[in-house]
Design a protein around this ligand. Sequence first.
Ligand SMILES: *Cc1c(COP(=O)(O)O)cnc(C)c1O
Length: 423
Amino acid sequence: MIRTKSIEAFQEAVKYIPGGVNSPVRALKAVGESPLFIERAKGVTLTDIDGNQFTDFCLSWGVFILGHSHPEVLNQVGQAILRGTSYGIPTLQETALAKLVNRFIPTMERVRFVNSGTEAVMSAIRLARGYTGRNLIVKFVGCYHGHVDHLLVAAGSGVATMGASSSAGVPDSFVAHTACLPFNDKAAVEELFSKRGHEIAAVIVEPVPANMGVVPARDGFLQFLREVTRAYGALLIFDEVITGFRLTAGGAQKLFGIAPDLTTVGKIVGGGFPAAAFGGRADIMRLLAPEGPVYQAGTLSGNPVAMSAGIATLGILSQEGIYDTLNQKAEAFINGLRQVLAPKGVIVNSVGNMFTPFFTEGEVRNFDDVKRSDTVRFGKFFRHMLAGGVYFSPSQFETNFISIAHTEEVLVKVIDVASRFNG
Ligand SMILES: *Cc1c(COP(=O)(O)O)cnc(C)c1O
């Protein structure tokens, strides 16, 4: 496979852009590759600037559940653009998309749109603190909630790691109100709540952690979080930036039957444009400016082009049976992949249409298990798939996604490519 143009493009990019990319994982450092530069994408096919084609399982990090360049989405976006691209004044589209979000995820009784998942989480946390009058936030090791300062805390051993940021440039005092606990560890949560429960504003969790690879919650962990937060008057925030509109129409909360107080969504809701949202109980959301004292704003928030893309996307996702078909197809594919990878010592974790092949033995239940993975071998696997025309998410700690545009024919070929891996 000739990739000369991408390699040259990268050499040029690094002269002007730190690391040549606008988001770190895109550099493909973790898998020992040089980044692809993409010229176009349609359905599940990415075409790079050298003319190579790849079946995409990253899908812009889970955005394109309908596949790239869905004609109906492009059509509505095209019409929206012709009417102007931003006004900073309300539009009908914002209410239309908020209504759709509420219909899909009824716990989002009120919805506010922002421009990224990071912003949605940042605002939900501020609101939770404003509502409870408490400061402490609990997150879980390996869960990612965007690059907001006080949530860049991941490192942790023992019960609670307080005040140790995982990024340079974040003062310890900024993360002093963030407690970081191991995922799937009820005892650790219980211990923290018994000591400091009345200081805790909120527990934030990815209901299906996907930013350390897919690591499902088990043994009623999410239900336990619901109960313990309620008992102590803390809020439960589901960060469904990935899982919202992905696992089921109603996200992970529908799948597990748990109602959080606040929810963040992103990725799919913007239909490929920079939009995300947070929302939840009306009595909490009422505290947001201009109704209440918790400030939150955005020049391009609720952008009409992004709203149109979201409306078109959720409109298609409203079709009866669309998730059943997608998840059945995904299950067959993931089982097939599991079968060919198991003899090579690879475990495939999955929930619905999201999956991660972990290059490790034994179960993967939390970030400690994830870290035992052989990332060098994962890199070999990534490069093997790439050479076979398949673009998997380029890190052991990321998730792959199946869209309605992946045909069974394509998926069978991908399993065949994977079966030939012998690194
Ligand atoms: C992607 C992601 C974010 C951050 O969203 P951005 O749009 O990249 O800022 C937050 N939380 C979760 C669970 C995510 O997957």
